[in-house]
Design a protein around this ligand. Structure first.
Ligand SMILES: Nc1nc2c(ncn2[C@@H]2O[C@H](COP(=O)(O)OP(=O)(O)OP(=O)(O)O)[C@@H](O)[C@H]2O)c(=O)[nH]1
Ligand SMILES: [Mg+2]
Length: 366
């Protein structure tokens, strides 16, 4: 039987980084792992990043797993036909929730003869948790994005608190204890996908059979409103040196720094802005999440290049036209900073549509 592991969690929480680390750790234990990424658009930074470390990678683009459940199943089918795989890990879109009802239960009900489904893990960034908690402490009404974040945690069988390297041990203990108190049925683990600390606990939790989740009420209008706050951009660029060779790292850092500064100035919340730059020497990948200030360089090839290709994926709480303009301004700034000239593919920002899952099963339906 194939093991199917679904991973949820807010934008930028560290799902893809967790997939990379978990796939490597599971393969070291003899498991044969494939992964599936998912996005509302095409041209995914995550797929490129995963392909740099793993062979069996596929994507479901143009909508979330729940709204494209059949696409998810045919992609998984192809992965299984193509290779010798015993474990599939699937990363849901960061603005998606209700996965127990729309993905996990349909998998168990309609495909349970071939898959055993692992407990649903929601990856949580403790800094994002802290930011939403502080807003609540200030007495601010709960935002739709905070509601969505809370639902993702509430439906988890495993609450996977990532980035433990970013908080003090005391703060981590406090966060874990509070989550355990509020969600007594969930397994709560702390780890760092980056350093690997605590990762074995998450893998162990995935191997357990869950006591399947009860129904959770999710207000689809609020969920949709949260998604509709975000503009979503996936854009390609062709780069060439303007003069001498340019540094891909310098270019990428300049794009994300400029974008983050513009968002801060406008008070626009960044879900996640990430990019890859591919040159003859390899791939550079960076991210900025709303909780961090400086871009995080996840892969760097700092050999100056004469040409390259970049993909930018940005999810920011602004209007789509504003995001298009902000990315173009950031790229123009990066060109000037790094000595490059870039040609952009058509701007393509949009807002995710109202979530309309193919299946939505109650606990009693399975
Ligand atoms: N310090 C630290 N950073 C991390 C850790 N895990 C992930 N990150 C960083 O957080 C950023 C976002 O990570 P991703 O894995 O792309 O997050 P994601 O949840 O897949 O993001 P989306 O798919 O856009 O929703 C990247 O810059 C990662 O390097 C961690 O354990 N520690
Ligand atoms: Mg990801």
């Amino acid at each position: 039987m194939m093991r199917f592991i679904a991973v949820s969690g807010f934008l930028g929480a560290g799902k893809t980084t967790t997939l990379v680390a978990a796939a490597a750790a599971l393969q070291a234990r003899g498991r044969r792992v494939a992964v599936v990424t998912n996005d509302q658009g095409a041209d995914l930074v995550d797929t490129k990043l995963l392909r740099s470390s793993l062979d069996a990678v596929a994507e479901v683009s143009g909508g979330c797993f729940c709204c494209r459940f059949e696409d998810l199943m045919s992609v998984v089918e192809r992965l299984l036909l193509a290779g010798d795989v015993d474990t599939v890990i699937a990363e849901a879109v960061g603005s998606c929730t209700d996965l127990q009802a729309t993905v996990v239960r349909p998998l168990r009900k309609y495909h349970g003869d071939r898959f055993t489904v692992a407990p649903l893990a929601t990856v949580v960034d403790p800094l994002r948790l802290r930011a939403f908690a502080r807003a609540a402490e200030r007495g601010e009404p709960e935002s739709d994005l905070s509601y969505l974040f809370g639902r993702q945690i509430a439906e988890a069988d495993i609450i996977a608190v990532n980035k433990m390297d970013m908080v003090s041990p005391a703060e981590l203990d406090g966060v874990l204890a509070r989550l355990r108190a509020v969600h007594p049925a969930a397994t709560v683990v702390g780890y760092s996908a980056r350093s690997g600390a605590g990762l074995p606990e998450l893998l162990e939790a995935w191997d357990k059979e869950p006591s399947w989740a009860e129904d959770l009420s999710i207000d689809y209008d609020r969920y949709a409103a949260a998604e509709a706050q975000l503009a979503w951009l996936n854009q390609d660029f062709v780069l060439e040196a303007a003069g001498g060779p340019f540094s891909p790292v310098r270019w990428g850092r300049a794009v994300l720094t400029h974008l983050a500064e513009a968002a801060r100035r406008d008070g626009a919340e960044i879900g996640h802005a990430k990019l890859t730059v591919e040159t003859a020497a390899g791939m550079t990948k960076m991210s900025v999440t709303g909780t961090g200030t400086d871009p995080s360089v996840d892969l760097a090839v700092d050999e100056p290049a004469a040409e390259g290709r970049a993909v930018v994926n940005a999810r920011v709480a602004v209007e789509p036209e504003a995001l298009d303009a902000a990315v173009l301004a950031a790229v123009a700034h990066a060109d000037a900073t790094a000595g490059a000239r870039s040609v952009a593919a058509d701007a393509s920002s949009f807002k995710p549509g109202y979530p309309r899952p193919v299946h939505r099963l109650a606990a009693s339906d399975v």
